[in-house]
Design a protein around this ligand. Sequence first.
Ligand SMILES: C[S@@+](CC[C@H](N)C(=O)[O-])C[C@H]1O[C@@H](n2cnc3c(N)ncnc32)[C@H](O)[C@@H]1O
Length: 268
Amino acid sequence: MAEIVEVADLADPRLADFRDLRDVDLRVSLEAEHGLFLAEGAKVVRRAAEAGFTPRAFLLQPKWVDGLADVLVATDAPCFVLPEREIEQVTGFHLHRGALASFERKPLPDLASLVGRPGRLRIAVLEDLVDHGNVGLIFRNAAALGVDAVVLTERAADPLYRRASKTSMGNVYAMPWTRVRGMEDILRVLREHDVVPVALTLADDAITLDELAAMQHERLAFVFGTEGAGVHPKTEAQVDHRVLIPMEPGVDSLNVAAATAVTFYATR
Ligand SMILES: C[S@@+](CC[C@H](N)C(=O)[O-])C[C@H]1O[C@@H](n2cnc3c(N)ncnc32)[C@H](O)[C@@H]1O
């Protein structure tokens, strides 16, 4: 059972995991350096625990000590309890849902192990997507619509960062994912495992998503690009198909997370 700690001093060094949450750059480097991530909201905290991540500490409003009793009973991590206003002083932001927990990261698998098993496979590749909200939404779509794993390039946002895990509704924890330095390596490993790479793009020579779906490929990897520039031209040149989701005239493009939902559904 977690040790319940009534915090007497907000400067308590044991609260270190929960400080300065507003400073994205600081948090991203601190979390990577210390091998931790934060989960926000009772549902997201529970999903991280259910996915087998080891809790380091909890910071809860009093009501969540009972609300998360099933999680707390299974750990000996400390559980710091504070009223809402004081949690805000520690974290630097207003915590609507009153529950935070820090967890240990696990080492990432290599891509070959994610695409190695035979049979039907759907992989989402996120090329340099830096927006945590979009990355979280894509994981949620992937989990809902039968995608087997997500691959991110080195520059893409951290799926375990608080904003991404929150928008994913905790679906980042159970979804297999990894990070690979660049597209060259990703495309090579996909081809070695008979996965057909396609890019979702507005390119003039693209086939439509309906045409791709009609081909009934058993093993597919979908590459999605950034909100600004889209999929890198070098990547577009290397994939087997460039694929367009047809839109009404006058609309430039879909948001990338919306594009993933349409793509996963049409090819499920
Ligand atoms: C906002 S769009 C990028 C638009 C960018 N200006 C371009 O020309 O590609 C972000 C990503 O969503 C996907 N996307 C959005 N709308 C799409 C569409 N209609 N067809 C195919 N992919 C689309 C692509 O992967 C794209 O790289």
